[in-house]
Structures are given as C-alpha cells and as structure tokens.
Design a binder for this molecule. Sequence first.
Ligand SMILES: [Zn+2]
Length: 270
Amino acid sequence: MAKTTIRVFLFLLLTVLTQVGGLAYLLTLGVARTLRLKGRIARLCLFLVLYVGTAYAATVIAPHFGRVPLSCFAKPADHLVVRSPIYCALNRNYVTPDMLRMAEALAEHMDVRFPGTVTLALDANFPFIDGFPLLPHLSHADGRKLDLAFYYRDGTGRFLNGVTRSPIGYFAFEQPSPADEQPCAGRNDWLTTRWDLAWLQPFFPSYGIEPERMREAVSWLSKTGVVEYGVEKVFLEPHLTNSLGLAAPAVRFQGCRAARHDDHIHVQIQ
Ligand SMILES: [Zn+2]
C-alpha cells in the first residue's frame, strides 16, 4: 500500500513538474519489471534515460499538435535565448508557432536597436494539452503565453547582457517606493500566487532595470507586437509601467491574486 502511494505521488509530482515525466516514470516501472531490475541506482539511471528520450520525443511530436520548443542550444548569433537550461530540462519551453515568431521578432528588433542585445525567455508552456497549467502560472496552459526577463544594468549603468538578478530570472522583485501606485498594498489574500519572498531578496545582486531597453521592448510589444503579432496583454506592475512611462492599452496589471510582475514581463498573444 505504502509503495503504491509513493508511486502515485511520484507520478503526480513528475507530471505536475514536467508534464511528460510521469509518463517516463510509468515506462520505467514497466521496463524495470520486464528486465527484473532491482537496484535503486539502476532504476534511477533507467528513469533518466527514459526521461531524456520522452523529452526528446516531445520536441518532435509537439509541433504536430501546435506547439514548438524555444531552442535550448543557443548559438552565438541568437538574439532570443532561454535564460536557464532548467526550463528546457523540465519541458517548460513550448509556445505556439505564432508566439515563437513574435518573440523572435522582438529579440531581432532589440538587437537592431541595441546591437548585440540578447532577449531572455523564461517560463513558456508545456508541450501538450490545452488547459494543462504550467504551475505556478495558471494561465500558461495553451502555448500563447511567454514570460520574458527584464533587462538589467549594474551600479555604473553598464548594460548586463544575458544576465538577470535571479539565476532563473524570477523572484528578484523591484520594490515600489511608498509614493508609488500599489494596488495590492494592505491585502492579505491567502489564496494567491502573489508571493513577496522577502527572505530571498537579500541574496540577489542589486542590479537595476536598464530603462532604455525595457522601454523599447515593452513599447514594441504594445505597438508593433499588438498590430503585427496579435499581442493581447503585457503584464507589468503599475509602479514600473508608471516610472518607465509605458502606459498603453495592452500593458495591464494582472490583479492581486496572480504573481507579481516586477521581476519579469508576461506576454500573451491572441
Ligand atoms: Zn507569465
């Protein structure tokens, strides 16, 4: 009984974290039984082999179901790069072909405007099944959502290309000053993914947002992105929208129950 409970738990955990990982786990159980593999290390190695195989198969099969992977192997000439290999290892790098075109066009534009600039992609979507959320992002469930990293500069004002404050691009929040618009101040929602993670903040370097590139990227999204690529919404916290002067119909506040958007940009297309 305990064994079955652990197996169900592992299947669910791997499915929630990587979508196809649960399937790789079931395959592992079947193959291990057939081959009479007993040792834990041998089973773990078998799982890793089957997981890599399943993840690779997803890159080939998912395009037939409308999602393509953002490339995980950046070449020096690439302007759009996935921030961390962890996103690819967990199959969190899939988007619709239209979203891929939009993201590549944005990265291309940024490189033309600021030569050499790399635009960093964060969480996208899983390879399969509309409605299957990429936790903790409930809305990243249909290939039409993509998070992008902020552009940063160091204390001397030098642009930090391909660098983010947090190693994965999330959770290093820009704190609003007391005078800024703070629509969620004073609320105490328990059912929320708006985490402040105050304990984590001192671990991040104190880079600032590089305002020129941030303005260029968000205003491209809210103008060219909307008109030519079907950009529907760009989520950013109001204090950044205001301080960077980025107000536009597409640039919205996501509400107080969704994650903070002063550590990354969320983009969704129609
Ligand atoms: Zn998002």
